[in-house]
Ligand binder design. Structure first.
Ligand code: FAD
Length: 498
């Protein structure tokens, strides 16, 4: 006799911020229906202390919780702790690693992304994605005297600043640090802080809270589908002591405009007889040859070779779509994500996607762009649920206001950093102007103007300008007559536009 299938319902895949937010919103919309959340990780990510800082800017804490906590809050959410190994879109069902077949009426895929490593399967190359990989990194670091960071995004920036007691060689392919977020001016502002960092007092309060049941994390045997945990998020390193074996606090050397050409394990390196460089102590002089032996050697495309204990590959992410592709002809974005339209629908019927796994392919507002960030995972998860709910009632929904303006608040090198709109003049061509105000060590303000309108801004430090600038970008007021007064420190601009 054939086993009874569960009735078709709303199914969400992924226990990260996008999936959990989506399931929560569906549970609110349909209190009388069961919502299934299928996730490969033993814990889920929950948004707590949500604060709407301004119209679009938001801040929240992130808690790693046992799945039962979510089921207790929403009795109509049922969590199935198993990886999805196959999606059968024609039959409207998914197959899980633990042998279940779940029928959906509407499905939302929120399976996140995986780190794009510079090379796979090399034990000396670590990626950081979830709590387990972050803890593995910390473990390796306690035995390390020198590490190499490769990459130039948010994770690399944070690592370069946070690692102590260990020499750090940071290899970036751009000419300045942090090019995902900053232009060369902001990078210079931050570089001086990075280079002069002594052991500053650690921030007392960290935002990410990792709840560990019974004082230890559950360890699991990895399944064939490669158990993937949720991505970490803001202040992911807060609970980790990022300290190597040495006594000094901070020692960093940056190699710009280069990539990794070849990685040699020690034995192989001995045979090739090349000359590695010592850690450059004086930036104006060529480093002497290195006399020490290292577990691994890295040849950069600029010809330099450095030995180190291991490398951290912080070179971006790839949407985690593989488990869902077999037999399904999804339209994919250029970055490899599942293409979604303005109703968060993928190209296949009744399959939605949200968070890091998807590529937003609607006509965006002129001052919004997708970035694989915590805030967007929450916003997309919530909006996808609304779209699924209204579609099941035969309607569509207006695009959520959070997609009107790109807004992100974070911390780099202990500075508050607010990014608004086209903060790096993305896609504006040469037809734009920049206005800058910088007080070394204190604040860096950049606004991007086009045809007299503010299109974006970078605010580093306690500038208190985020709300005013957010409004100016949203209302597209003609600011030509204000000229450079806009950034005059003697004018109280908040008051001016109040
Ligand atoms: P994820 O959080 O990755 O969740 C995916 C979920 O899907 C997981 O629960 C996973 O177990 C599950 N899953 C995967 N495959 C399957 C499967 N086959 N079957 C069932 N379940 C599956 N963003 C910021 O805004 N600010 C930051 O400071 C910041 N720092 C970061 C630091 C690090 C080290 C990393 C890795 C990311 C950081 N991010 C940051 C990015 C942010 O964490 C992500 O954009 C966000 O978490 C994406 O959420 P998500 O729900 O889409 O995916």
């Amino acid at each position: 006799m054939e086993a009874a299938r569960p009735a078709g319902t709303f199914v969400v895949v992924g226990g990260g911020i996008a999936g959990v937010t989506c399931a929560e919103q569906l549970a609110v919309n349909f209190p009388a229906e069961d919502i299934l959340l299928v996730t490969a990780s033993p814990v889920i990510k929950a948004v707590t202390n949500f604060k709407q800082v301004s119209k679009v800017l938001e801040e929240f804490d992130v808690e790693e919780q046992p799945s039962s906590a979510l089921e207790n809050r929403f009795p109509n959410i049922k969590i199935i702790e198993s990886g999805v190994k196959q999606l059968k879109t024609e039959e409207h069902c998914i197959l899980t690693e633990d042998g279940r077949e779940l029928v959906y009426k509407k499905l939302c895929l929120c399976a996140g992304a995986r780190p794009k490593l510079i090379c796979e399967g090399n034990p000396y190359v670590l990626g950081i994605r979830d709590t387990d990989s972050a803890q593995e990194f910390q473990k390796q670091l306690t035995k390390a005297r020198r590490v190499m960071i490769v990459g130039n995004g948010g994770i690399a920036l944070e690592l370069a600043y946070e690692i102590e007691g260990c020499e750090v060689i940071w290899a970036i392919k751009d000419k300045a640090i942090g090019n995902t977020f900053f232009d060369a001016g902001a990078a210079e502002f931050l570089t001086s802080k990075l280079m002069s960092k002594k052991s500053e007092a650690k921030i007392a309060h960290r935002r990410t809270i990792y709840t560990v049941e019974g004082g230890k994390r559950e360890t699991r045997t990895q399944t064939k589908a490669d158990y993937v945990g949720s991505a970490l998020g803001p202040d992911w390193h807060g609970g980790l002591d990022l300290k190597g074996t040495e006594e000094f606090s901070h020692s960093i050397h940056i190699e710009t405009r280069c990539e990794v050409k070849k990685i040699y394990p020690q034995e192989e390196f001995k045979i090739v007889k090349r000359k590695p460089l010592a850690f450059p102590k004086d930036h104006d002089q060529a480093a002497p040859a290195d006399k020490e032996m290292w577990p691994v050697y890295v040849e950069l495309t600029n010809g330099k070779i450095y030995g180190c204990d291991f490398l951290v590959s912080a070179t971006g992410v790839t949407p985690n779509i593989d488990p869902f592709l077999h037999g399904n002809n999804f339209d994919l974005g250029e970055d490899g994500g599942l293409r979604v339209d303005d109703q968060m629908r993928t190209s296949l019927p009744d399959v939605y996607a949200a968070g890091d796994i998807c590529t937003a392919c609607w006509q965006p507002s002129p001052v919004w762009q997708q970035m694989r960030l915590w805030t967007q995972a929450r916003q997309m998860g919530c909006y996808a649920a609304k779209c699924m709910a209204t579609a099941s009632l035969g309607h569509s929904v207006d695009m959520d206001f959070s997609f009107e303006l790109f807004a992100h608040v974070t911390k780099f090198f202990n500075y508050k950093v607010v990014l608004l709109g086209k903060y790096n003049a993305q896609g504006l061509g040469s037809d734009h102007e920049l206005m800058l105000r910088c007080t070394r060590g204190q604040e860096y303000i950049k606004v991007v103007m086009q045809n007299g309108r503010m299109m974006g801004a970078v605010l580093i430090g306690e500038t208190d300008l985020e709300e005013t600038f957010e409004n100016l970008i949203l209302n597209q007021m003609d600011l030509s007559s204000y000229g450079e007064d806009l950034l005059d420190p003697n004018i109280d601009i908040e008051d001016y536009f109040d």
